[in-house]
Design a binder for this molecule. Sequence first.
Ligand SMILES: NC(=O)c1ccc[n+]([C@@H]2O[C@H](COP(=O)([O-])OP(=O)(O)OC[C@H]3O[C@@H](n4cnc5c(N)ncnc54)[C@H](O)[C@@H]3O)[C@@H](O)[C@H]2O)c1
Ligand SMILES: O=P(O)(O)OC[C@H]1O[C@H](O[C@H]2[C@H](O)[C@@H](O)[C@@H](O)O[C@@H]2CO)[C@H](O)[C@@H](O)[C@@H]1O
Ligand SMILES: [Mn+2]
Length: 466
Amino acid sequence: MIGVFSFLLYYKVESKGKDGEFMKTNHLNVVIAGGGSTYTPGIVQAMISSRERFPFSSLTLYDIDEARNDDMFEIIRYMLKKEALSNEVDLYQTTDAQEAFTGADFIFSQLRVGGMKMRELDEKIPMKYGLVGQETCGLGGFSYGLRSIKGLLEIVSYVDHYASDAWLLNYTNPETLVSEAVRRAFPDVKMLNACDMTISIEETIATNYGYDRKNWIPMYYGLNHFGWYTSIYDKSVDRDVLPEILERLENERLHVADFNAGDDTWQEAWDMMRLMTKNFPGYLPNNYLEYYLYPNRTVEHTDPNYTRANIVMDGREKQTKEMARKVREQEKGEILDFNFGEHGNYIMDMAASILNDNHDRFMLIVPNKGAIPNLRDDAMVEVPAYVGRTGAEPISLRFAINDFHKGLMEAQNAAEKLLVDAYFEHSYQKALQAFTLNQTVYSADPAKQILDDFIKANGDYWPELN
Ligand SMILES: NC(=O)c1ccc[n+]([C@@H]2O[C@H](COP(=O)([O-])OP(=O)(O)OC[C@H]3O[C@@H](n4cnc5c(N)ncnc54)[C@H](O)[C@@H]3O)[C@@H](O)[C@H]2O)c1
Ligand SMILES: O=P(O)(O)OC[C@H]1O[C@H](O[C@H]2[C@H](O)[C@@H](O)[C@@H](O)O[C@@H]2CO)[C@H](O)[C@@H](O)[C@@H]1O
Ligand SMILES: [Mn+2]
């Protein structure tokens, strides 16, 4: 009887998808690309809590690093068992793309091409020349970008080949660069590019100042990790609360929310955000703008021998390995040790919004196409978008952005476009132009030295540049 019931349920809930095929809305097959990522447990936790609105019955971890994937497989198997879901969810791990992607309905993508060891070089090489060294911003972000484009395009080609009706939710960084490359190479792929930073900013502000961000309708524009809030309409009081938030930021320190508790890097980021709102009032900036507006301060405050990559390797990465060890050795007591705040929920909210055609609102990275009226149409911008069965419906701002923001964005966007050109055209000259134009760089001299160092450091991770 139960078998017949689930058979009926399975067929009843289908509805038409992209190519006239029926989109499955039950018994979903989910693949996590970059399965060995430290973010996987947080995402699976959110998936488990979302089973009613996102009924998945298989989960495949796909990674090129078998050992990392196997550690994560053990952790996730333990989590499913703890939640009494071992019989409800089939868990797989594989390094074989065909095996992973065939039959997939949703793919969550979180690669870090080159791993933390390469991130460390992204951060340390620019620092040698007195420039910002950061994961996604500045020249470190460009170095990561050229590695990441290659890795992500590979994933998109697998999806295109083995699961062309599946939805790909990507948060592999650096988001603007990888989404620009995908826009060029696979314009029709069913993909959302999203970053959790705006959610984290909102959550941090809301918990500090006593709001519930679920009541908020934020207005925001920019490039990824490079944007500004212009208003935050709060439905519970029916007004824009951004002016009062900005006033509070002037006088009150913003403390890290519990999901970043004890993380001094994030405390410094919030302090820098307050400096930006003081010097450039009227807008709430994305914290990442500190690297472009105050590169000198970043360099002064960063230990060139112990950067964020070292903090993450000694923290989150060790913690994950420790979890895997404890599971394998069947230790008793509390084994799971992670807290990524809204990260996993954000992804699940998006997936559920597609599946159930909710038209919930998210900040997404999309081709501009008039969303920001006075910016080039083919820029990849981050703006609010409604998400449903047919994907993202970005809003149009219906106002022109100011010259300060526009100037910053245009220069950064041109630099990013040039870097993606360099990737596809194998052009050293375009890469050098991109590096020189990057908003954290004051001279073509260090741009060239750093580019040359990065070519050596990245080896085959990068395309050949001639
Ligand atoms: N957009 C956002 O808001 C957001 C938030 C958090 C993390 N991220 C991004 O998520 C990614 C993962 O971060 P992390 O700190 O967990 O990194 P991580 O190094 O812990 O995990 C990444 C995994 O990707 C795997 N991988 C690398 N290249 C691959 C390839 N070509 N194919 C398949 N797997 C591959 C690695 O083996 C590793 O297991 C990064 O790109 C990070 O920047 C984005
Ligand atoms: O330096 P890392 O690897 O710890 O973080 C870099 C990422 O930072 C942002 O993500 C935050 C996220 O916003 C917050 O909710 C919480 O989960 O911490 C994350 C960092 O650990 C950013 O949006 C990502 O793009 C960065 O990769
Ligand atoms: Mn991000």
